[in-house]
Design a binder for this molecule. Sequence first.
Ligand SMILES: Nc1ncnc2c1ncn2[C@@H]1O[C@H](COP(=O)(O)OP(=O)(O)OP(=O)(O)O)[C@@H](O)[C@H]1O
Length: 357
Amino acid sequence: MKGDVRTRMSTEEADEDKQDDLELPFFDFATIVNATNNFSIENKLGEGGFGPVYKGIFVDGQEIAIKRLSQSSGQGLKEFRNEVILCAKLQHRNLVKVLGYCIKGKEKMLLYEYMPNKSLDLFLFESTQSKCLDWPVRFNILNAIARGLLYLHQDSRLRIIHRDLKASNILLDNDMNPKISDFGLARMCGSDQVEGSTSIIVGTHGYMAPEYAIDGLFSTKSDVFSFGVLLLEIISGKKNKAFTYLDNNHNLIDHAWTLWENGTPEKLIDACLENSCNIFEVVRCIQIILLCLQHHPNDRPNMTSVVVMLTSENALPSPKEPGFLIRRVSDEEGESSSNKHTSYSINEVTVSILNAR
Ligand SMILES: Nc1ncnc2c1ncn2[C@@H]1O[C@H](COP(=O)(O)OP(=O)(O)OP(=O)(O)O)[C@@H](O)[C@H]1O
């Protein structure tokens, strides 16, 4: 890496914070302060559950994004190290590249490649982005996400379950190529292990598979469910969690299933795609989505099959009913942030199961 100057320790104190077993370059705090104009508000790109993200520019002109973990985020050194360790071992054109890290006292930061078009959610859901992404762009995005996820599940040195796949974790480069980001919640599993369980459910409402939201069981197939939700949002231009139709008990997954059963899946398609979409391709994608959203993990395809289905014209199986939908009571009462991480013990959570058929 060309940044020897940047990684050089400026103080003895910085040396103390360097974690020698982390395989990523260490950047000293002064370098980052300089690159972000002392974390100025003008440099702020956004804010997630773990803290603000800033744009930075190194003295040689290289642009970077810096995630500064807020001390109240709940992400401790353990999760931080988890993300750093995972990121160091992962390399794929559809995963965001992590350039290094910085720890100074209680400050913990991750440095990423800068993605000029920020995140997919801004294009799909924000009214400020007036430009409609046309179908070829969306189709490229969803195919590329599928390949990134396939790499995580099967082709990387490790087998990774992401656990927080969603539109705001898909970053877009200059040419609108997507890269999956945010590995803070990801879990490694051994070559034979395909699932795990936890009593602490972390993830994002609207994207969690039922077996994960209810029983804390996560697997590559719970990621496949989240991928299905993400695709549904890409095709409809609507946010699953925010979508309501006729009554509050009818969300986007339910709506998609109803349209499918009625033989009118094309009604799901984002209205602004009217002139750019290939209707057969989109309806095929909707069928793939519904296969990914099936209630039982074993019924869902793995990512190898999904990639094949997206790129071939082979006949597809018929989907069974989608998974249960979960909401916390506080959501129904109108939680202010629609995009917050949930982190709660399943014993404490009050869930209402919608569409329990
Ligand atoms: N590498 C990057 N390049 C450009 N913008 C980025 C980059 N990483 C993050 N951002 C911007 O910062 C915002 C916050 O990102 P972050 O990953 O912290 O949270 P999030 O995914 O939006 O939410 P959550 O933490 O709940 O998952 C993103 O939505 C995106 O707009």
